[in-house]
Structure formats: structure tokens, C-alpha cells
Design a protein around this ligand. Structure first.
Ligand code: VG1
Ligand code: CO
Length: 544
């Protein structure tokens, strides 16, 4: 068998967004489309030749075909060893864990995360660097530039690898190792959390929980860790079988898309704990009985209680949150006397801070929480962290969060998404806001006075790299904020995200319904951005 060189021509728009290149499956199925992007990775990431590549995906439609193609290209490009998840499966955090553990030179993760899957839905590809995290912008820009001039790719004509047989195989001169996708990850979780305490909680008789894998990648991980190792009742994991189309659902763990799970936690007979993860296993949603923990609060609660989990008993070095994430974690960092960083949206911006030991925990409002144990956000990790807290404290989820609010105050928080908006109109809306910015400080909007207004830009404190135009921030006296940005993960039209936050120190006012507590700010946001006039939308499609 031999490597063949195939002539090709560039495709427009192979620019990775917030988290890799995401397009419709049909786009990826065009001849040479996947190959061009993958070759651009090999052409720019020279360390892969002679090195180790980790490869796996969330099991969505087209995963297996893409993996076979990438393996044949890896062999032709001189990769010495490929580590592949059995069945082509690796959750995003497990891929990060494996890159680090086996000191690979990088990894390719096939996923469109929380976007639906199937022949007419979405597919995605992402490159992770040797530290285990998403490639920084310098790398994704180089890959994108290469896609614009690519004229050939290399591919072996060898036959298919048996993805289901754990063990070693050869593909030309490349060694292919098919790995149990769960084992290394599960071992890492056992190092970080008190499995005995969680086991006892499960055996205490009074604790009932459910984990919704949403027919996505975390099914096998959750069954092994929660049911087999921790002794949760069989059936604790619902929708645990990964399906190519996620059962037709939207594998996004939020109140809208995980409604079956949410229903199980409602009412007096509701479960004590509910949790869910997304398509590729890096997001998490945490629920108590009749209680939803916002991801921003979850980060703050974990930061305040980290010392209760064995992996973090020394305390945390610092914490980081993406800019639109609520400022709840900032208050905890201040009290702990550790650094707090505000980064642009997307996990790639946490990598340098984690590598440098400046932060231990980080998170995003978009159901993402993680730590220095890997370089991706990690859904099951967050679930285990919460279970560890519950096992130690023996309080309910709601009690833990309410106690946190009493101590630190509550950051009321909501995100309103307007999906499938006309892209030109969305761009103009953002331009309109940019024009308003210089005149906003000092102005009264509704009952509040604007303190600052800017288009967020970030300078990485470790390597000095910069990222501009990361979202419009309008901050008010007293700590309230409105943030506007356009999504970088969609595949159709534009998605406008409006993030709204208000700080409330008074415990007597902590129980208001969130949308009510934020109602005046929501009106201000809509008026300021002229959302209805510019998009034709009166109400958002998704509220989280
Ligand atoms: C969204 C979230 C962002 C997250 C990204 C990837 O990006 O807002 O916080 O990092 O998805 O998550 P955007 O650009 O659409 O707002 V995942 O679970 O898709 O890897
Ligand atoms: Co994801």
C-alpha cells in the first residue's frame, strides 16, 4: 500500500470558529472538503510527522467515515502512531486527557458539540495541541490560511482500520492503537474525587439521581463511572446509548432541550439531583429538586468549595471565566485572595492560564466548567464535583446554592438567544451598538447609569497575544451588565446572544424569578440594540 498525492483546489470559508470548523454534514461530504482541512493541519503542525496523534469523535453521523479518511491521511503524512477511541468514540475531555497522558503531539476531535446530528445536520472538526487543549488562534489562523492555498493532499490507499477491536493494528508504517475510550478518563476522575464518599451517598437510601446522556457521547462514560464504579442504581443514566442522530434531539443540556430530565426533578417527589451533558461531553447542567443551578453560579460554588474534593484540597491558584459569564466567581476569587481572569468566549483562551498554573478552575456561562486536570471543559467532571460536594456536605443542591448567595450575594443571570437571524441584519445590529459605545458612559438607561461600554478585547497575560471584537459590554453602576455577541458555532444564519446580569446583595430578594428580577435590564437590552426592528424578533428562541 502506498501514499497517493491527490490534486485539490481550496474551498472558501474553512475558518474555525469558537470551537473548530462546523458545517452541515453535506458540506463535509463534498469530495476533498474534509481532506483539504485535515491536510492543512498536517501541513502547518509539523510535529505530527513522526509523532502521535489522538483521534476520536462524539459518534455523530459521518464520524466513522471521517475517522477512516483521517487515519489514511495521517499514515500518508508520516504520523508514527494514532491513538483512536474504540468505535471512533472519544468525548472531548477524554481526548484531552489522552493527549496529555500519552504525550501526543496533538489530537483531532470530530464533533459539532451541542448541534444536532444526522445526514442533514451538523458535523465538525477541531484540532487540539500537545497540551491537550483547543488550538489557540495563532494555530487556527495558520490552518485557515493554508486551506486558502492548498493544492494537494496525501492519503494512503490502505484498507479500513477495524475501529471496534481494541488493540494494535498497522496502517502502512503507522501504528494504530484502538483504545477503550473510557478507561483513562475514568482513572483520572478517581484521582480527583472521593469515590468512597459518593458511593456512600448513593447507598444512603435517601438520594435519588438521574444523568441524561442525551444519546450522545457521555453514555458509556457515565454508565462506567456512575453505575459500575460508584454503584448508582442501574438505569441512573438515561438516554445512555450514543446514536448517530442523538435520537433526533438537540444534545444541548439546558432547560429547553433536556426537558425530560428537568421534569424528573420537579415537584415534591422530584429527584435530588439531575445532570446532563452535551454531544461531545464537555458541557454540564446541574439540577437539584426543583432547582436549576446556572453555570455561572456553578463555577462560583465549585471555586468556593473546591478544597472539599481530594484533587483540589490544596486550594485553587486562581479562577477564570469567559467575559459573558456572570461575575459570581469574581466575588469568590476576591474572598479567597486568588487571581481572577476574564477571557473571551471559547475554551482555547483558558489554555495558557492553566499551563502557567495561574488558574485551577475555569468556566463559561454556556454550561461549561473545567479545571487544570485536562485542557477542555468537562461535563462529567463537573457532575462528579457536585456529587462530591453533596456527599461531603449532605445538604441539598438548593441549600448549597442559597447558602452561597447569602454569603456572596446573588448574580441574577440569563442568556437570550435569537437563532437563525439574517446574518447581514445581525452584523448591522452589532455595528449599530459599536457606534453607540463612545456616548454611553455616564448615560442613564432605564433606572441605571452606564459606567463603561466597550467592544471587549483581550491580551493574554502569558504570551501577549490579543483578541479584539469579542463582544459588546455595557456595564452599569452597581455591577449590572448587558453583553451582546454573535455566536461562532452555528451553521445557519447568525445567532445573537444577549447576556444579562444583575447583582443583588440582599438575601431577602434572592428568591425572585430570574426573568422578573432582570426584566428592566431585558427591556433596556432590547431597546439599546433595536432587536425587534433589526431582526424582526419580539422574543428570543432560547432562554437559559
Ligand atoms: C458557544 C458558547 C461558548 C462555547 C462554545 C463551544 O460558542 O457560547 O461559550 O465555548 O459554544 O462549546 P458561541 O460562539 O456559539 O457562543 V461546545 O460545547 O460547542 O464545544
Ligand atoms: Co460541547
Amino acid at each position: 500500500m502506498a501514499a497517493t498525492q491527490v490534486s485539490t483546489t481550496p474551498f472558501d470559508g474553512q475558518k474555525p470558529g469558537t470551537s473548530g470548523l462546523r458545517k452541515k454534514v453535506k458540506t463535509f461530504q463534498q469530495p476533498h472538503y474534509l481532506e483539504n482541512f485535515v491536510q492543512a493541519i498536517f501541513d502547518t503542525q509539523r510535529g505530527l510527522a513522526g509523532g502521535t496523534l489522538v483521534l476520536g469523535g462524539d459518534g455523530r453521523f459521518y464520524n466513522r467515515e471521517a475517522i477512516q479518511t483521517i487515519l489514511r491521511m495521517a499514515a500518508a503524512n508520516g504520523v508514527a502512531r494514532a491513538l483512536v477511541g474504540q468505535g471512533g468514540i472519544l468525548s472531548t475531555p477524554a481526548a484531552s486527557c489522552i493527549i496529555r497522558k500519552y504525550q501526543a503531539q496533538g489530537g483531532i476531535i470530530l464533533s459539532a458539540s451541542h448541534n444536532p446530528g444526522g445526514p442533514d445536520e451538523d458535523f465538525g472538526i477541531k484540532f487540539n495541541i500537545d497540551a491537550g487543549g483547543p488550538a489557540p488562534e495563532s494555530v487556527t489562523n495558520a490552518i485557515f490560511e493554508r486551506t486558502a492555498s492548498i493544492d494537494r493532499y496525501l492519503i494512503s490507499d490502505a484498507g479500513a482500520v477495524d475501529l471496534d477491536a481494541v488493540g494494535e493494528q498497522a496502517l502502512d508504517n503507522m501504528q494504530v492503537q484502538v483504545l477503550d475510550p473510557v478507561a483513562d478518563y475514568a482513572a483520572l476522575m478517581e484521582e480527583l474525587f472521593d469515590f468512597n464518599a459518593i458511593h456512600q451517598l448513593f447507598n444512603s437510601g435517601g438520594f435519588r439521581m438521574c444523568f441524561d446522556a442525551m444519546h450522545a457521547v457521555t453514555g458509556p462514560y457515565a454508565v462506567e463511572i456512575l453505575e459500575n464504579r460508584l454503584g448508582a442504581e442501574p438505569g441512573t443514566v438515561m438516554n445512555g446509548k450514543p446514536l448517530e442522530d442523538f435520537g433526533g434531539g438537540h444534545p444541548d443540556p439546558n432547560l429547553l432541550h433536556a426537558h425530560d430530565l428537568v421534569a424528573l426533578t420537579q415537584g415534591a417527589a422530584g429527584l435530588d439531583f439531575g445532570a446532563a451533558s452535551d454531544g461531545d461531553g464537555d458541557r454540564n447542567m446541574i439540577l437539584g429538586q426543583g432547582f436549576f443551578v446556572t453555570p455561572s453560579d456553578s463555577l462560583a460554588v465549585l471555586a468556593a468549595n473546591a478544597h472539599l474534593a481530594p484533587g483540589y484540597k490544596q486550594g485553587i491558584a486562581g479562577v477564570a471565566r469567559s467575559m459573558p459569564t456572570s461575575q459570581a466567581a469574581d466575588r469568590v476569587a476576591e474572598e479567597l485572595g486568588v487571581e481572577c481572569f476574564e477571557t473571551p468566549t471559547g475554551w482555547k483562551f483558558f489554555g495558557n492560564l492553566l499551563d502557567a498554573g495561574r488558574i485551577t478552575l475555569c468556566g463559561e456561562e454556556s454550561f461549561g466548567t473545567g479545571s487544570a486536570h485536562v485542557r477542555e471543559k468537562d461535563g462529567l467532571w463537573a457532575v462528579l464535583f457536585w456529587l462530591n460536594l453533596l456527599a461531603v456536605k449532605r445538604h441539598s443542591v438548593a441549600e448549597i446554592v442559597r447558602e452561597h448567595w447569602r454569603r456572596f450575594g446573588r448574580n441574577f443571570y440569563t442568556r437570550h438567544d435569537y437563532e437563525g437571524v439574517d446574518a447581514a441584519a445581525a452584523g448591522e445590529l452589532m455595528d449599530h451598538l459599536r457606534i453607540l459605545l463612545p456616548d454611553l458612559p455616564g448615560k442613564r438607561l432605564g433606572a441605571l447609569t452606564v459606567e463603561y461600554a466597550d467592544d471587549f478585547s483581550y491580551t493574554d497575560p502569558i504570551d501577549g497575544s490579543t483578541a479584539a471584537h469579542q463582544g459588546i459590554r455595557v456595564g452599569f453602576a452597581g455591577g449590572s451588565r448587558i453583553v451582546f455577541r454573535l455566536s461562532g458555532t452555528g451553521t445557519q444564519g447568525a445567532t445573537l446572544r444577549v447576556y444579562i446580569e444583575r447583582y443583588e446583595p440582599d438575601p431577602a430578594l434572592h428568591d425572585q424569578p430570574v426573568q422578573e428580577a432582570l426584566a428592566p435590564l431585558i427591556v433596556t437590552a432590547r431597546e439599546l440594540a433595536q432587536i425587534e426592528a433589526r431582526t424582526g424578533r419580539r422574543e428570543p428562541d432560547v432562554i437559559t
